[in-house]
Design a protein around this ligand. Structure first.
Ligand code: F6P
Length: 546
């Protein structure tokens, strides 16, 4: 390309990007979030705590190599920490993690362009087996998702869970020193961390976000240590869930299990001298970054290259992107795909199905069984519905880098999210954000948190095989104008509420509810959200809790 043309192309591209950024409703940007934090949390450090680390170091041929972990939670919070700075405490799970930390077990992240510190916590194989594979993923995970996989409750797993939660809390305490801090804990691995933190430092502001569903009391009551889990969680100042239903389920479990005042009107639980506020906040993705990346010439080229490699020229593309987890409804999806090709004959040979299946928790037999099932289904479908140009189903069984995933989103005419139960499901939102040309359709399970917001999708139960086969056919057969109109509405919803909006909402609620909490529910030496200590006699503050 001649230099003048190159310059013109670059300018057009820059103008397109600027237009995309300014298009649509006002939304929170990275910069706005960091301005808010400077104004409202000037004296407090942000400490994030999660099991999974955002960046791992793995051994490469030329020494340790940094890898960004692809999980929805870590990707979303990495963007937030880049905006806000602070310290993120997480399990160091990479095989070169120990080589890359300093003497305080810290490494600056993102590697190469540091914006925050990652403090790694080391777990032995035994601790990892009991706390992570055991109590978190064999007891709490099936218990909370209610998908007919029986939870396993083992005393030794529970003991490891408590011990590891204490270890994480100790690492946070070491990071906080004696300074004020806002600790933001993530997920079901760390239900007890707040309790240990508050025992040592009652003045810390501590909140937990529960990223998976919360069951109703009928289900919850089988957990032998239900009382202890609830007590641990009630050490938080604010508890967040994705949707209102899960927040309400949590409060119902408290009122069935503990002696506490459950105030449904205020959405607060008062127990002894503590108050915990309970709130729903729907998490999202960095929608703008995804949209701009999906619209780049590089992505469009990569999408077309993949189409050629898969022999999908002239075909429509159906996509699934999931961890290999029994909650994602993968067997149900493959069975429905089989029924779709059987019933809607005109699509045979004209659709290619790509399933990205990210290996997950493979130490557990239930997870290995999901892998076996999708592999078997892939063979069945490819045998039953052969195509000349290539396979009908492509199973990509590995963890894809974000840059490799976005072209697949861009290529897909339909994305299928068929979770049997899911707190939110960020794949649904990523797909929508990565469809800037409006050329796409989302088939979505009603049992995801995302379905509450993404109503213009083709919503269908994964338990209804016939319905799913028909919904897929409809998504493909619907005239282009309607498909584009529906995708336009989905995009506006996702762009309107991005990951920075979510963070700002959560942090602003923590700060705002801290102001509202009556002094009787604050420890005597704990400052309120403005740094003002509570009255020594414990009398409620003037504002009260209206
Ligand atoms: O859905 C719960 C969750 O913790 C997500 O937030 C996260 O992306 C996923 O599970 C990852 O699981 P793991 O850390 O076990 O790979």
């Amino acid at each position: 390309m001649a230099p003048a043309n190159r310059a013109r192309a670059a300018l057009t591209h820059a103008a397109q990007k600027a237009h995309q950024r300014s298009e649509g409703p006002p939304r929170t940007s990275r910069e706005a979030l960091s301005t808010w934090a400077r104004a409202h949390m000037p004296d407090r450090e942000l400490l994030v705590l999660s099991n999974r680390e955002p960046w791992s170091h793995v051994q490469g041929d030329d020494g340790p190599r940094a890898v960004r972990n692809a999980g929805g939670l870590t990707v979303a919070l990495d963007a937030v920490m880049q905006a806000l700075g602070g310290v993120w405490v997480a399990h160091g799970s990479g095989d070169a993690d120990r080589e890359t930390v300093d003497e305080r077990d810290r490494v600056a992240c993102p590697p190469g362009r540091p914006r925050y510190q990652l403090r790694r916590v080391w777990l032995s194989a035994e601790e990892q087996a009991g706390y992570y594979s055991g109590f978190a993923n064999s007891a709490l995970w099936p218990l909370c998702h209610v998908v007919y996989v029986r939870p396993r409750f083992a005393l030794s797993d529970w003991e490891h869970y408590q011990a590891v939660n204490r270890r994480f809390a100790e690492a946070v305490l070491a990071e906080a020193g004696d300074r004020p801090a806002l600790v933001f804990i993530q997920d079901y691995h760390l239900a007890l961390a707040a309790k240990y933190l508050k025992e040592a430092r009652p003045d810390l502001q501590v909140s937990l976000f529960w990223h998976i569903p919360w069951p109703n009391p009928e289900v919850f009551r089988v957990l032998p240590w239900g009382r202890e889990i609830l007590e641990g969680m009630l050490a938080n100042d604010v508890l967040g869930f994705h949707i209102r239903r899960h927040a309400m389920n949590f409060m119902d479990c408290v009122s069935d299990t503990l002696e506490a005042r459950v105030d449904v009107e205020r959405m607060a639980v008062d127990r002894g001298s503590r108050r915990t506020w309970v709130r729903p906040f729907a998490i999202s993705v960095d929608a703008e970054e995804l949209s701009v990346l999906a619209d780049s010439a590089e992505t469009v080229r990569a999408a077309e290259r993949i189409r050629g490699e898969l022999g999908a020229e002239g075909c429509r593309v159906v996509l699934g992107v999931d961890r290999l987890d029994y909650t994602k409804g993968l067997t149900e999806r493959f069975a429905a795909y089989d029924r779709f090709l059987e019933k809607h004959e005109h699509w045979r040979g004209r659709v290619v199905f790509i399933q990205v299946a990210v290996p997950s928790r493979i130490e557990l037999p239930e997870y290995r069984a999901v892998g076996d099932s999708v592999r078997a289904w892939t063979q069945v479908l490819n045998r039953r519905f052969p195509r000349e140009a290539g396979p009908t189903v492509h199973l990509i069984e590995r963890n894809l880098d974000f840059r490799d995933l976005v072209p697949l989103y861009r290529l897909a005419d339909v994305c299928m999210v068929t979770s049997l139960h899911d707190g939110m499901n960020l794949v649904a939102k990523e797909y929508v954000a990565a469809s800037p040309d409006l050329d796409g359709a989302l088939v979505l399970s009603p049992f995801t948190g995302a379905a509450r917001e993404l109503e213009p999708a083709w919503i269908v139960s994964p338990y209804d095989q016939e319905g799913m086969a028909d919904a897929l056919a409809q998504a493909l057969d619907t005239p282009e104008a309607e498909r584009r109109e529906r995708m336009g509405r989905l995009r506006e919803t996702v762009l309107r509420h991005n990951i920075f909006d979510w963070t700002l909402e959560v942090l602003d609620t923590i700060v705002g509810l801290g102001l509202r909490t009556p002094a009787a529910f604050r420890p005597p030496d704990a400052p309120d959200a403005n740094g003002t200590p509570a009255a020594a006699d414990g009398t409620p503050d003037a504002g009260g809790d209206s």
